[in-house]
Design a protein around this ligand. Structure first.
Ligand code: CS2
Ligand code: MN
Length: 355
C-alpha cells in the first residue's frame, strides 16, 4: 500500500510540494498536467518537468488523476479514433516516467457534482455538500454556481469554455443512453488496455459522483454490478478501478465494504479514495471529517476490507474540510487531508499488528 495525496501542480496548487513530504507516511503525490486541453497528447517534456519536480521534493508520482476523456469518445463520434490514438500516446509517454496507474472517469458532460462548496459544519469548518434541491434549477444556473463557488480555481472536468455551451453539449449526448455509453467505454478500453499491458500501466475508472443519473444523463459506474460488468467486459488487470468510498456511498443502497472486499480480492482496485460522508436525508450528504463517528461510513471496516483482502495499490484521503482558517481549492486543503492520512494509517497499523 502506498499513501499519497493529490497535488494540482505548481500553477494550480498553493500547497508547496515539500509540505506533503512532511505529512507522516505520505510517499507520493497524485499529479496531472493541467495545461493540456482534454484529448491532446501529454508531451514527454512536460511530463518530465513535472516528475523531476516531484522527485526533487523526495516524493514519487506513480498515479495520474486524471487523464480526462474527450467528449467525442464518450459520445462515440467518428472522430474518436484520433482522440483515442492521442490517449494511447499519452499512456506510452507517462509509462516512460514511471507512472503505474491512470485514474479517469466516464461521466458525460461534467465531473463530480456538489451543490454547496462552502457548507458550514457545527464546528465552523467548511466542507462540500450535495442536496437534491440544489439541482432543481436550470442547468445554466447550476453550472454557473459550481464555477463561481470554486474560489477561483479551475476544476478538472468543469472547463468554463466547454461548459459555456452546456446546452449544445447536452444536445450532443442526446442519443447516448446507458447502453450506448457502455458500448463507447468498451470501444475505448479495447483500444487502450492492450497499450497499458504492453507498457505496464493500469487504468482505474472512478465511479460516477453522484452514482445515479442527474439531469437525465446516463450513468454506468454506480454500483457493484456496474463494476463487475466493467471488469468482465475487458478482462485484464490493466482494466481496473479507483474505488472512491465517498462516491459509492452516496447511494445508500451500495454496500461499500462488500464492494471494497470483492474487488480487492479480484485485484482490480489499483487506487483507493478513502473519505467519509454523512448522509443527512434521502441521498443528501456532506463530506465529513474522516473518523467514523462524524459520518455514515464505518472507516475501520472500510480500511479492514482493503487490508484483509490484500490491497497493495495506492491510496489517498480524497477530500478534506477547510479547518484552522485555511482557504483554497474546495476539498483540497492541506490540514484536514493530513489528518485523514494519519487516521487511515493509524487504522492500517492497528490491523497489521493485531495478527
Ligand atoms: C475527484 C474527482 O476531485 C475530486 O473530487 O474525486 O474529480 C476525480 O478526480 C475524477 O472524477 C476522476 O476522474
Ligand atoms: Mn474520489
Amino acid at each position: 500500500m502506498q499513501m499519497t495525496m493529490r497535488w494540482f501542480g505548481p500553477d494550480q496548487d498553493k500547497i508547496p510540494l515539500e509540505y506533503f513530504r512532511q505529512v507522516p507516511g505520505v510517499e507520493g503525490v497524485v499529479g496531472a498536467l493541467y495545461d493540456v486541453p482534454v484529448g491532446e497528447v501529454w508531451a514527454e517534456e512536460k511530463i518530465r518537468a513535472l516528475v523531476e519536480q516531484v522527485h526533487a521534493a523526495g516524493l514519487s508520482m506513480e498515479v495520474i488523476e486524471s487523464v480526462n476523456i474527450h467528449d467525442d469518445i464518450k459520445i462515440g463520434c467518428s472522430s474518436r479514433d484520433q482522440w483515442i490514438a492521442n490517449y494511447q500516446q499519452t499512456i506510452r509517454n507517462l509509462a516512460k516516467f514511471g507512472v503505474k496507474v491512470i485514474c479517469y472517469n466516464f461521466m458525460p458532460v461534467f465531473d463530480w457534482m456538489k451543490t454547496d462548496m462552502q457548507y458550514v459544519l457545527p464546528d465552523g469548518s467548511l466542507t462540500m455538500a450535495f442536496e437534491k434541491q440544489g439541482i432543481d434549477k436550470t442547468l445554466e444556473e447550476v453550472v454557473r454556481e459550481v464555477l463561481e463557488n470554486a474560489n477561483g480555481f479551475a476544476l478538472p472536468g468543469w472547463e468554463p469554455e466547454r461548459l459555456a455551451q452546456v446546452q449544445t453539449l447536452f444536445a450532443r449526448y442526446q442519443d447516448v443512453d446507458e447502453n450506448k455509453l457502455r458500448e463507447n467505454l468498451v470501444y475505448f478500453l479495447e483500444a487502450v488496455v492492450p497499450v497499458c499491458e504492453e507498457v505496464g500501466v493500469k487504468m482505474a475508472i472512478h465511479p460516477d459522483d453522484p452514482p445515479y443519473s442527474i439531469f437525465g444523463l446516463p450513468r454506468i459506474i454506480k454500483n457493484r454490478d456496474d463494476l463487475d460488468w466493467l471488469c468482465n467486459v475487458v478482462d485484464s488487470p490493466a482494466n481496473g478501478i479507483t474505488l472512491c468510498t465517498g462516491s459509492i456511498a452516496e447511494d445508500p443502497e451500495n454496500d461499500v465494504c462488500e464492494i471494497l472486499a470483492e474487488f480487492t480480492r479480484r485485484k482490480r482496485i489499483h487506487f483507493a479514495h478513502v473519505r467519509n460522508i454523512k448522509i443527512t436525508q434521502g441521498k443528501d450528504f456532506y463530506e465529513s471529517a474522516h473518523p467514523s463517528q462524524y459520518g455514515s461510513l464505518d472507516m475501520f471496516q472500510v480500511v479492514k476490507a482493503l487490508h484483509d483482502n490484500g490491497f497493495d495499490g495506492y491510496i489517498r484521503p480524497d477530500h478534506g474540510r477547510f479547518i484552522w482558517g485555511e482557504t483554497g481549492r474546495p476539498g483540497y486543503g492541506l490540514y484536514d487531508r493530513a489528518l485523514g492520512v494519519t487516521y487511515l494509517l493509524g487504522l492500517w497499523e492497528a490491523l497489521e499488528k493485531q495478527h
